[in-house]
Design a protein around this ligand. Sequence first.
Ligand SMILES: [Zn+2]
Length: 202
Amino acid sequence: MAQPSNNSVGVDNTFRRKFDREEYLERAREREQKETEGRKSKSKGPPVQRKPLKHRDYEVNLQSRLGKTQVVTPIAPLSQQAGYFCSVCECVVKDSANYLDHINGKKHQRALGMSMRVERSSLQQVQERFEHLKKRKDTGSFTEQDFDERILKQQQEEEERKRQRREKKKEKKREQTAEEETIDDPDVAALMGFGGFRSSKK
Ligand SMILES: [Zn+2]
């Protein structure tokens, strides 16, 4: 009757890895050396100076392909795949939100030669910008009147949509009552197989 604990005496049954301290120290030294060499070779070339972030000088048209029908095959070139194609990065993003994220993102800006850093504007630059915007306003490309007109137009369009919706509802109701009236006719009701329909209505 040997007890199990007696069997393991003097036997390494821990299954732990034994670490050779010297070997790992050597490896660490090698790695360190490689890293410092890598850093040196990287810093050899002149550091890439990317321009600070600039605002877009064009309007993003997210609706250029709205309502169009197009056959999409997996082997078609990227620019003809479903979604938004970025010609700078040659990639496709699935929807407008992601496309905006993409063209505002780091990867895209980097491809355009810009860093994500924003230049700090001087007082003079701010003043010039104000002046520029004021001039643009004076030339009438965008006035308060334009704004009012746009709001009015939107309100009218909204009214029109509401009106059409109401019209549709009425139309539906009319159709329904017409149907019921037909069924009210005892002959038709009998024909359709529910003669008792009329009494339930009263
Ligand atoms: Zn891009």
